[in-house]
Design a binder for this molecule. Structure first.
Ligand SMILES: Nc1nc2c(c(=O)[nH]1)N[C@H]1C(S)=C(S)[C@@H](COP(=O)(O)O)O[C@H]1N2
Ligand SMILES: [Mo]
Length: 317
């Protein structure tokens, strides 16, 4: 079930005292939308009023559709892969703290009828922001459950109208080596880039995230806007996007360029295809002691397996 209230021009946490804001999230939970897709409460005073009256559990105790609890905010925001800042996951948050995310714009171009550069505020205003709880499974075999806020990539692509020859979408992160010291590393080709096939990009699960835990995206998680593709390894979910380009050729990606035998273009979560240096059969959920089995397509097979019908996924890894 997906409930869409009015679109929210500014995340309400920016303009509302914390206590009231938390009760709005309680309202969402009380409304019974606990898994898969939550709606952001509207800014209408009546919604706040209802929230204050209903009081249910906060987002911290929400779960995904498999019943797995969301990962604590502290873990999501202090255990990050963001090589522009550091290859040390616990060093990213402090190094990203002073990163400039205002002003920000995203260029949408290439094989589209209506290319356009959007200011971030316009994206927040124009597209309905929803909250969706997704598992994120890193290729390094750890995982988290994250309550994202964002809008579907499809809603943006429909707006610019991909032309008939568009087959892929290429994404580019910001390039700012003065602010992002990791971009001086010669081991990778900067800026970070990623790609999806157009049908993957248009899938309803594919999100452009602008927040988590109901608050604007923290810098270390890819502020102010990042991709989330929950059935693929975490590295496909590119952070701090400045460019989205429709193409007719499979785009190069940072990881495929760095190590093509280890990281393919598709990178669907697949317990049956090991990384050349380690197994992908199990994973460590952050905050848990024992390992758990990794699910095909990270547990989203029912929604996405049909995209790959007839493809040998050990060849197209
Ligand atoms: N621009 C950019 N995007 C990136 C990365 C990166 O280093 N740079 N790391 C990727 C990897 S490997 C993972 S697992 C996820 C981690 O997202 P998180 O830190 O929000 O959990 O971001 C992905 N997006
Ligand atoms: Mo990752």
């Amino acid at each position: 079930m997906k409930r869409q209230l009015q679109s929210t021009p500014v995340l309400s946490s920016e303009i509302t005292p914390k206590a009231v804001y938390f009760s709005r999230r309680d309202f969402i939970k009380a409304a019974g939308v606990t898994a898969g897709s939550l709606a952001l409460a509207s800014c209408a005073p009546s919604a706040t009023q209802t929230a204050l009256e209903t009081r249910a559990a906060p987002i911290e105790t929400a779960a995904d559709e498999l019943g797995d609890s969301v990962t604590p905010y502290n873990d999501i925001t202090n255990y990050n892969n963001f090589y522009e800042f550091s290859t040390d996951k616990e060093a990213v948050a402090p190094l990203a703290a002073s990163f400039t995310t205002k002003p920000w714009s995203v260029e949408v171009s290439g094989l589209v009828n209506k290319p356009k550069t959007y200011a971030l505020e316009d994206l927040l205003k124009k597209f309905t922001q929803e909250e969706r709880i997704y598992r994120l499974r890193c290729v390094e075999a750890w995982s988290m459950v994250v309550p994202w806020t964002g809008f579907t990539l499809a809603s943006l692509l429909n707006e610019v109208e991909p032309s008939a020859d568009a087959k892929y979408v290429r994404f580019e992160s910001v390039y700012r080596p003065d602010e992002m010291k990791g971009q001086n590393s010669p081991f990778y080709v900067w800026p970070y880039q990623e790609g999806l096939r157009l049908d993957e990009a248009m899938h309803d699960l594919t999100l452009l995230a602008t927040g988590l835990y109901g608050e604007p995206l923290p810098n270390q998680d890819g502020a102010p806007i990042r991709l989330v593709v929950p059935w693929k390894y975490g590295f496909k979910s590119i952070k701090s996007i400045v460019k989205i380009e429709l193409t007719d050729k499979e785009p190069s990606t940072l990881w495929n360029t760095a190590a093509p035998n280890e990281y393919g273009f598709y990178s669907n979560v697949n317990p049956a295809v090991p990384h050349p240096r380690w197994s992908q059969a199990t994973e460590r959920r952050i905050g848990e002691f024992s390992r758990r089995p990794t699910l095909p397509f990270n547990g989203y097979a029912e929604q996405v397996a049909s995209l790959y019908q007839g493809m040998d996924l050990s060849v197209y890894y």
